[in-house]
Design a protein around this ligand. Structure first.
Ligand code: MRU
Length: 344
């Protein structure tokens, strides 16, 4: 159980991965079993499991399944299999650095072992450590965020950076849960996050489950909501934070930052160390995942725009570091200047 008392979003069970199938929410809470690397990669690609830390955890466990599928008979074969798996699983989604970070971490730890059996055991141990560390990171992010945002009761968030997106109780929503757990008043406005509606489908669902006051707004209402003076702070998650602090997150985050700046509302990014990417100097070097035009042209197989209309569908955007009030991390809150951010 995670700190919110719910079944974990990603778990290891009987040599396979079990995930909450996020394509089915909010209508049904279904557990999907992923028993092959192909199934895990497919689940990551179609967002059955999503959110940067959650896909990192799923990818890490998929490395173990990949070793089981490869059945290496020597340590050299096991290491070659690990390298191939890093490339295959790590490419499932390009923007969230947590995925490539997690599979490389499993590979680097397991490749040091001396027998195929030990490689497999170490891969599983490392994947489980990644999951445990993220759970604890979420808890600490919540606590540091609660301290930083004392006095802020109304939070605007985007997409889903909650327990469904992580291996604990969330990053942006971790701050909300920490406030609620401490008995402090807290209320959330959740943007829909078109086109896949992670805010409308997931954030509202998990906050309602937790008994937290949540109000859904369409993405295009956020600027006027911020301008109205109702919101005390914007808190979002992140998929990759470049060395200079430029931050990739769900498309629409940059618009929120601009509107928050205009309204004088603080804009925070809550993220664990695994989301910081010191190897990427600035936001223009972050690969932004482009997704199918059909996600914009319709919803669940029903067309809502003229057939064949061109659609631009970046899954993420990059908020320039100068728009960010601070990063809420598991080691504390980082304030500007964000010069050469290392993994905190
Ligand atoms: O496309 P998604 O749903 O995986 O995008 C998720 C986000 O943008 C989250 O804000 C981010 O991964 C942080 S999750 C703690």
């Amino acid at each position: 159980m995670n700190p919110t008392g719910h079944a974990p979003t990603v778990a290891w069970a009987d040599d396979a991965i079990e995930i909450v199938d996020q394509t089915k929410l909010p209508d049904a809470l279904e557990i999907l079993r992923l028993a092959s690397v192909d199934a895990a990669v497919d689940a990551i690609r179609r967002l059955a499991v999503r959110g940067a830390p959650a896909i990192g955890g799923c990818g890490a466990l998929a490395m173990v399944i990949g070793l089981d599928e490869a059945r290496p008979s020597s340590t050299e074969q096991a290491r070659a299999a690990l390298d191939a798996l890093v490339a295959r699983i790590g490419a499932a989604r390009p923007t969230a650095v947590n995925l490539s970070w997690a599979v490389r971490r499993v590979r680097d730890a397991a490749a040091r072992e001396a027998t195929p059996h030990a490689v497999r055991e170490r891969a599983l141990l490392e994947a489980q450590r990644i999951i445990d560390e993220d759970r604890e990171a979420c808890r600490l992010i919540g606590e540091y965020g609660r301290t930083e945002l004392r006095g802020a009761t109304t939070i605007l968030t985007h997409c889903n950076a909650g327990r469904l997106a992580t291996l604990g109780w969330g990053t942006a929503l971790g701050v909300v849960y920490a406030k609620a757990a401490a008995g402090e008043p807290v209320r959330v406005f959740a943007c829909e996050a078109r086109p896949l509606l992670q805010g409308a489908r997931l954030t509202t669902w998990e906050l309602m489950e937790a008994g937290i006051d949540v109000t859904l707004v369409v993405d295009s209402a956020a600027a006027s909501l911020l301008h109205s003076g109702t919101v005390d702070a914007v808190v979002v998650g992140a998929d990759r934070i470049a060395a200079n602090g430029d931050t990739a997150n769900k498309v629409g985050t940059f618009s929120l930052a601009l509107a928050a700046r205009h309204a004088g509302v603080p804009f925070y990014v809550a993220a664990p160390a695994s989301t910081f990417d010191p190897a990427t100097p600035a936001g223009d070097a972050i690969v932004i995942e482009q997704r199918a035009a059909d996600e914009v042209r319709g919803w669940q197989g029903r067309r809502t725009a003229p057939a064949g209309v061109a659609a631009w569908n970046p899954a993420f955007d990059v908020t320039p570091h100068e728009m960010i009030t601070g990063f809420i991390t598991e080691v504390g809150v980082i304030h500007p200047p964000f010069t050469a951010l290392a993994r905190p």
